[in-house]
Design a protein around this ligand. Structure first.
Ligand code: MG
Length: 362
């Protein structure tokens, strides 16, 4: 790619994972800053596409801008829970319906996920704190949920969805309440469906009584922090939920959890749209002004199961080709055989970009 001969309109872009690809915890991995500076200098569009969460996109962008030494727009940030925004008015139409949000904000409170949900447009949002304040007997001594913001629960409240934003601090009361709602009648706390266990009904009678749908932002089993070995990710919480569910409902009763983070199709479609919109903004195009879709997007990440698998499986509605590049600065040790083969496996972000530039078709 000789930049002097190129049109400034790039036909390719990048979706970059963050943890294990650009950063480890809050420590910069080698060549992160120079790579992002290169993107800016050469007008190469990119989004930061992570399964982590618990923060508003705008606030995450601000922190990343400081850490990465490059201005990052909130529009370039796709978090594990960003695709929840698609549930507000889509087929699920949850804007006005009561939803329970699960996760922990930056201060460990459950107000964080509520703020994020409201920023997406959900208008009827409840938290664990609200439930525990209304009925302390639900779980004795829940030390993590003592924040002051409490919304009163109306009578006969029927939860229509449970949105798991990120790893809750205190798994036990959260598991308790999710399991209770999944076994309830009409998503009402304090009830039990009489259909549960009826083997003449589909799914042994479980989840046949208007219970809420569970959505998870992402299900990475583990993640890398500054600690020397991987930590329990949100996927571990999902495994705990599914294990508890099986213990109560038996081996034949399915629990249909919808997952919206990487590697889901929904997440990759969301990231592609974000990248296209960002590219338009970089080019300062007017609304309606035509632009050919990206020919290629390079997904660079350290997780074979999410970054690589998701990019390999994604079929872009606009025909963009997604190419997957695995780096060995995070989860993958660079030696073990991976289940989901990338287009290229390289040392780190710098080599990933070199590979991409060679194969971008420009
Ligand atoms: Mg990662």
């Amino acid at each position: 790619m000789a930049s002097s001969t190129l049109s400034p309109i790039r036909s390719f872009g990048f979706a970059l994972d963050i943890d294990g690809t650009l950063l480890r915890g809050s420590t910069l991995l080698p060549n992160t800053i120079s790579t992002l500076q290169q993107f800016q200098r050469d007008n190469i569009p990119f989004v930061l596409f992570t399964n982590s969460g618990g923060d508003l996109e705008a606030s995450k962008a601000k922190k990343l801008s400081e850490l990465l030494g490059t201005h990052i727009s909130p529009k370039q940030v796709v978090l594990g829970h960003s695709p929840f925004a698609a549930l507000v008015d889509g087929r699920e139409d949850l804007r006005h319906k009561p939803i329970l949000v699960v996760g922990s904000g930056l201060n460990g409170d459950s107000e964080g996920p509520r703020r994020i949900a409201q920023s997406y447009g959900f208008e009827n949002v409840y938290t664990l704190t609200d439930i525990l304040a209304a009925c302390p007997a639900i779980w004795p001594n829940p030390h993590s949920y003592t924040d002051a913001n409490v919304r009163q629960l109306p009578n006969n409240l029927q939860f229509r969805a449970i949105l798991v934003f990120n790893n809750p601090l205190d798994w036990a009361p959260v598991l308790q309440i999710i399991i209770e709602l999944l076994l309830s009648r009409d998503g009402q706390l304090g009830t039990e469906s009489s259909k549960n266990g009826n083997t003449e009904l589909p799914n042994d009678g479980f989840l046949q009584d208007n219970q809420p749908q569970v959505y998870f932002s992402s299900t990475d089993l583990s993640w890398n922090s500054e600690y020397p070995v991987p930590r329990l990710g949100l996927g571990s919480f999902r495994a705990a939920l599914e294990g508890t569910w099986k213990a109560f409902a038996g081996p034949n009763a399915k629990l249909n959890v919808v997952e919206l983070g990487k590697p889901s199709h929904i997440a990759f479609a969301f990231a592609e749209t974000a990248l296209e919109m960002w590219r338009r903004e970089m080019l300062m195009l007017e609304k309606g002004q035509e632009l050919l879709p990206l020919k290629k997007v390079f997904m660079v990440g350290d997780s074979p199961a999410t970054d690589i698998r998701g990019a390999n499986d994604f079929v872009s509605p606009q025909g963009t080709i997604w190419d997957s590049i695995l780096v060995k600065t995070g989860l993958w040790d660079g030696k073990s055989k991976v289940q989901y083969a990338p287009s290229a496996a390289v040392e780190g972000i710098k080599a990933a970009v070199e590979y991409a530039i060679k194969n971008c078709g420009e």
